[in-house]
Write a protein that binds this ligand. Sequence first.
Ligand code: ADP
Length: 414
Amino acid sequence: MNVLVLNAGSSSLKFQVIATDLDRIERDDDIRLCRGQVERLGGEAIITLQKGQEAAQKSTAPIRDVSAALQYVLHWLVSEQSGVQEIRGPEDVHAAGHRVVHGGELFHESAVINDDVLKGIEECIDLAPLHNPHNLKGIVAVREIFGERIEQVAVFDTAFHTSIPEHAFLYALPYHLYPRHRIRRYGFHGTSNRYVAHRYRALRGVTREQTNIVTLHLGNGCSCTAIRAGQSVDTSMGMTPLEGLVMGTRSGDLDPAIVNLIASKEGLSSNEVDAVLNTQSGLLGISGLTNDMRVLEEELKEHNDRRVRLAIEIFCYRARKYIGAMLASMNGADAIVFTGGIGENAPDIRARICEGLEWAGLKLNQSENQQTIAREGQISAEDSRLLTYVIPTNEELLIARDTVRCILGEPHPS
Ligand code: ADP
């Protein structure tokens, strides 16, 4: 089955086409046929297209919205120029899987999209006004372009965390705010967590029940999750992705009184303060330079700038603090797993985060750590009680697999 995987955002559409079926899932030999993205929708869009493992091609074109972007991608896909032999016409795309950010308390697992599921995603718009409307546009665009012929599946970022118990998901606010406005911790990065937990099981040859790990997804967004007996029992992101770790442009945890203080002292509206916390804080805010960890590391080496050093230190310190909190929340773990752009590619950051975790039994193998970049591997020393792994995430693959399993009515375990 050729599955079109879509991640539709406010100004971009990311896609992959993955050839997979139950046999391929079993053998772990799904094939990514192509991938790409259309960025800056609404103006002169930047289009990146890549067949298989070949080099990406970049171009620009005026593209107004998600639907026009999908038309553009399909046109390329079926053309000789794409070189994707498996897709000669729209009929060679057999199903679509969508990343949907918020499933609230409604969706505990991925779901074949029908009118009820569409209504459910709409009901969650209040919870993720910046994401769910765009995810819905992706679903509507597929219906418009491919008709009712292909089935679509929604894979929710929040679903994996619906196992978090009440004592960990409720905030200590007046209780009625929870039923009245659905204010609680939901957590995100669920699909990434499911994928790395699945790979951890394969690497160690353990069962779901034996999966006791703390994951650190460190990308532009960053989160830390406690997975006990294969289930999420706590996570650092909250009602929105703003809570928890220091991120590229998000502050993560802060004293809630600061919000009002910034508003009154800086003369900002609540929406403007929200924007400061989400888009001008984190690594970017502290360094005053960039949200890109690669650039920060280079700057630190070359100029040893104080604010760049601080940004990295605060980032690593917060991550370490959360590892400790999650270990306490789950009665200890067998392993720490690093993933996401920073977690997979930045050994010095991993080393800084792990520094001072000897009390928890964690000892890194420094040379393994340095050599493990953009690939799976164990980076803890032989005699480390708490194991440490790098596992590159692959959310698109899990979305494609869930799509196949949901359509065929097969179980799609977390
Ligand atoms: P997203 O959360 O948008 O999917 P990614 O998972 O791709 O983002 O992570 C992006 C982050 O990963 C950026 O901060 C980027 O600088 C960082 N990153 C990617 N490669 C490296 C590298 N080699 N060294 C340090 N940081 C890296």
